[in-house]
Design a protein around this ligand. Structure first.
Ligand code: HEC
Ligand code: HEC
Length: 269
């Protein structure tokens, strides 16, 4: 007893007690909190999958099959991933309506919460590209725009035009204009390659490059001012040069003729 009270009075006793208490709370927290959070996440996830399965049965199974296995009216969705669902439903392409050369974008009929549930269900069928987080497609570096421009010209411009205005492909198919497309959907289009578009998985195009392309497309189709009023198709120096050549030189020639006509008249009189 004496020994203990002697120790209690030791100058370091308070510190030891404090450290012990901290270690105990830390240990308890480590033992319980993350497990609780992980469990809650799993529960929320399986709830989303259940809800998604119900939405899927009503809106999608007629073409994609009750278990997403596909049918004569729609492909199997096993392994397309949550990104494909977020893109297809978020841009209103799905649910598809009338058959045609290509399923076009239209007004989206689901809320983002419902899309997330559909995506969670389809992702549960097999692993595939995952819906990107905002920091993956929102660039904060202004240099990304010019780097993205180079990447866009080598990888995308042959179909979507140099300024992302879109263009026709064969057999009634087309690469749509990228004007007004959400940054997230641009990213997902590259991840999943909808319909006739090739996909650009991280193995061939790292995440960083996708982010740069998104920055370029958003800048070019949404933010770039056209001080001249007309874009002339934004085809670059050739059209713009030709325009200047024809109208600029034409005006100069007209002035020269006018001047010449007036000088000869002046000489005669
Ligand atoms: C009328 C039939 C029809 C309905 C209804 C329909 N789809 Fe589709 N879906 C298609 C067809 C056809 C394609 C293939 C289009 C293509 O790639 O040419 C497709 C493609 C897809 C793809 C792209 C697959 C890939 O390989 O990237 C996803 C994802 C998808 N559908 C999800 C859905 C979801 C989710 C719903 C319900 C909200 C839905 N679809 C409803 C017919 C349908
Ligand atoms: C071989 C031609 C081709 C190439 C190359 C191509 N695309 Fe596409 N892209 C398409 C077609 C076709 C569609 C329409 C698909 C659909 O409607 O499902 C499309 C659709 C898109 C969409 C969806 C637009 C919308 O209206 O929702 C985006 C975004 C997009 N492409 C971005 C890109 C980017 C970025 C690149 C380069 C990394 C690229 N594409 C390369 C043909 C192409």
């Amino acid at each position: 007893m004496k020994k203990l009270s002697a120790r209690r009075r030791h100058p370091l006793a308070a510190l030891v007690v404090l450290l012990l208490a901290l270690a105990a709370t830390g240990g308890l927290y480590a033992a319980f909190a993350p497990a609780d959070k992980a469990q809650a996440d799993v529960a929320a996830q399986s709830l989303a999958i259940d809800e998604g399965k119900k939405l899927f049965a009503v809106g999608c199974s007629s073409c994609h099959g009750l278990n997403g296995q596909g049918s004569s009216d729609g492909p199997s969705l096993v392994g397309v991933g949550s990104a494909a669902v977020d893109f297809q439903v978020g841009t209103g392409r799905m649910p598809a309506q009338q058959p045609g050369a290509q399923v076009p974008r239209k007004k989206n009929i689901y809320t983002q919460a419902e899309i997330d549930q559909l995506a969670a269900y389809v992702a549960s069928l097999g692993p595939g590209p995952v819906t990107p987080e905002p920091q993956q497609y929102n660039s904060t570096n202004p240099e990304d725009i010019s780097r993205g421009g180079e990447l866009f010209r080598t990888n995308c411009a042959q179909c979507h035009n140099f300024a992302g205005q879109g263009g026709a492909l064969t057999k009634g198919k087309f690469a749509p204009s990228l004007e007004g497309v959400d940054a997230k959907h641009i990213y997902e289009a590259m991840q999943t390659g909808p319909q006739n578009m090739p996909s650009f998985p991280d193995t061939t195009m790292p995440e960083e490059q996708k982010k740069q392309i998104v920055a370029f497309v958003r800048h070019t189709t949404n933010d770039e001012p056209n001080p001249g009023g007309l874009t002339l198709g934004s085809l670059g120096p050739v059209t713009e040069g030709l325009f200047g050549w024809i109208f600029g030189l034409g005006a100069l020639i007209a002035v020269a003729i006018w001047v010449a006509a007036h000088t000869t008249k002046a000489k005669k009189s």
